[in-house]
Write a protein that binds this ligand. Structure first.
Ligand code: AMP
Length: 590
């Protein structure tokens, strides 16, 4: 983490260097830099909400961004999904809402690229702002406009919007931006990529000049920097994660990541644990609630897991640690705060149930294994959206993280047989087997000796491995990195490339596509960017999911993933392109 303010390394995340005095097991030492949510100057209503949600400490981006934003400074934050960036701006936005809010017009505007993020961010604002009575309204393409109009008319404090829909509502006179004191552009690089540059400019022109402007982006292409220079005043620049490898900080451990959808995570974790069979492992979660839920799930699946978090008494924590040391428990599910300073000799595996919010946290966590020459294993479960943070971690640790397929049912069976084979081999080499000879002798009168051995292996296998799990875990892949040509791309106009016979850019979804007919073309002033903007604004697709575009004089053809075709048709039929209702249907076979 770097910032103009020169705070240097992220607080609270200094890796174990090996020279620190032996920690007091199970105790919660104060955070390395002492910065808690209360230290960030947040009001009690927000602190209560964070505590309810089980957030134990701020992430680095939150430590850096919250105090200056609360003071009203403009801010330019480079942070990807997974760093806690939403709360980093949502908390100050809520903090700055005046207690007395008689008016109905919005005081803050958050602009996001997609419907999915719009819903996610407004839910986060709603949860954090509950005790403040914050009125948060999401407006995005795809949802019927009348419902959004009613919500806006009822009075609102924070509007979270996709740019296309915000502009539409502004032009209809339904969204009033004259009272807006804070504007946040979230995932600004995505918004530019999706052709929203003009819409953003138009919206920013409508907000009072004397306002706070905050821009978050995973990357900072030149075009975005230029936009920030035009609209932000003396912004504080914050970047999550140092860009240079930290020599010698990362211990020698085997580092693996598995890409899994959120819903498949418990099953994937179980599968990975079965294949890895750790002696003892810590599974890190973000919040107390996640710790409790996952512990329950794992116990339900037959693991001996114990929860450890900041909400537990010292006595409870000691009990948990003793169970882990004695081997009564094999898994510890913990938050970072609770596990700080904890040293367990038997530990062989560290699991990140999510990609950590900062690269330094990752280094700190995996420092718990691979000590004193023993081999350690670090496993990270990555949701497809969080892949960028994984790359940052690789850069910081200077060591590759191998992305592997979640083991299949066949992999698991093979691994279990291997474990049985190893156990039998150990028994052949060491145990006193003579007392079983009479059993074998009597059976070999009737059966072949190999058959007797097979039956014995079967019994041993079933006794040690339990029932076979035959649930296949769906495979997902990381989104490919987009080719970047910073600075040389226009905004909407650059999509014109697509119509000139060039191949479409990388898509997040492979597989079948369908071409849609749209009843407006060049004569109506339609450009490729208008179509991409409309599709990305009105549906869950991102700009890069849209394939080749052809613009003819009176109509256009757009290639979209087949699975989303129906959604796109419905959404586009309900909206306008270049201010007009247009025909949208599947292309008829030629
Ligand atoms: P974001 O990077 O904003 O997409 O946030 C990633 C996830 O981290 C979300 O599920 C948040 O609820 C969660 N989160 C954000 N801040 C914290 C925190 N300080 N402690 C625990 N979880 C957090």
């Amino acid at each position: 983490m770097t910032s103009e303010a020169g705070t240097g390394t992220a607080p609270g995340t200094a890796p174990d260097g090996g020279t620190a005095p032996p920690p007091d097991d199970g105790a919660v030492p104060p955070a390395d830099d002492g910065a808690t949510f209360a230290d960030l100057g947040l009001r009690p209503e927000l602190l209560a909400a964070l505590s309810r949600l089980g957030y134990e400490e701020p992430t680095p981006i939150q430590r850096e961004a919250v105090p200056p934003m609360v003071e009203g400074r403009d801010l330019l934050g480079q942070a990807a999904t997974g760093t806690g960036k939403t709360a980093a701006y949502a908390l100050p936005v809520l903090q700055r809402l005046p207690d007395d809010r008689p008016g109905g017009d919005p005081l803050a505007l958050v602009l996001v690229p997609t419907r999915e993020l719009c819903i996610q961010v407004s839910e986060a604002l709603h949860r954090y702002g509950r005790d403040l009575g914050a009125r948060v309204v999401p407006v995005y393409g795809g949802q019927p406009i009348p419902r959004q109009l009613r919500a806006l008319e009822a009075g609102v404090d924070v509007v979270v919007a996709t740019p296309g829909r915000a502009l539409d509502l502004l032009q209809r006179g339904s969204l009033h931006l004259g009272g807006v004191a804070t504007v946040v552009l979230d995932e600004a690089d995505e918004m530019l990529d999706m052709g929203f540059a003009e819409d953003l400019e138009a919206l920013l022109d409508e907000v009072p000049e004397q306002r706070q402007t905050v821009l978050f982006s995973a990357t900072m292409p030149r075009r975005l920097d230029a936009m920030a220079r035009r609209h932000l005043r003396d912004p504080l620049r914050i970047q999550v994660a140092r860009e240079v490898p930290v020599e010698g900080e990362a211990p020698r451990v085997r580092q693996t990541a598995f890409v899994v959808a959120r819903a498949a995570k418990p099953a994937a974790l179980g599968r990975v644990l079965d294949v890895e069979s750790p002696t003892a492992a810590i599974v890190f979660c973000r919040t107390r609630d996640e710790v409790d839920d996952l512990t329950e799930t794992l116990n339900g699946r037959g693991y001996r897991a114990e929860a450890l978090h900041g909400g537990m008494s010292q006595e409870q924590r000691d009990r948990v640690m003793n169970r882990l040391r004695s081997g009564t428990a094999e898994l510890l599910v913990a938050t970072d705060v609770a596990a700080r300073g904890l040293d367990v000799e038997q530990l062989t595996h560290v699991v990140n149930y999510d990609v950590p919010a900062a690269a330094e946290t990752y280094v700190h966590r995996i420092g718990r294994v691979g000590r004193a020459g023993r081999e350690g294993v670090a496993i990270t479960l990555v949701e497809p959206r969080a892949h960028r943070m994984l790359k940052t971690i690789e850069r910081v640790t200077g060591a590759p993280i191998h992305v592997e397929r979640v083991p299949t049912v066949a992999d698991l069976r093979a691994r279990r047989l291997e474990l049985t084979r190893a156990a039998l081999r150990e028994s052949l080499l060491g145990d006193d087997l003579e007392r079983f000879r009479s059993v074998v002798d009597s059976l070999t009168d009737e059966f072949d000796v190999v058959e007797v051995a097979l039956a014995a292996v079967k019994l041993a296998h079933e006794a040690t491995t339990g029932p076979d799990d035959d649930e296949e875990i769906p495979e997902v892949t990381l989104r490919p990195e987009r080719p970047r040509r910073d600075g040389d791309r226009g905004d909407r106009g650059d999509r014109g490339d697509r119509g000139q016979g060039r191949p479409p850019r990388a898509r997040s979804v492979g597989g079948d596509t369908e071409r849609l007919f749209i009843g407006a073309g060049r004569s109506a002033g339609v450009r490729p960017g208008d179509l991409v903007g409309a599709i990305a604004g009105e549906t869950e697709l991102r700009g890069r999911d849209v394939g080749a575009i052809e613009i003819a004089e009176r109509f256009s053809l757009v290639e979209v993933p087949a699975a989303a075709a129906e959604d796109v048709i419905t959404a586009l039929r309900g909206s306008t392109i270049k201010g007009r209702k247009v025909t949208v249907r599947r292309e008829r076979p030629r």
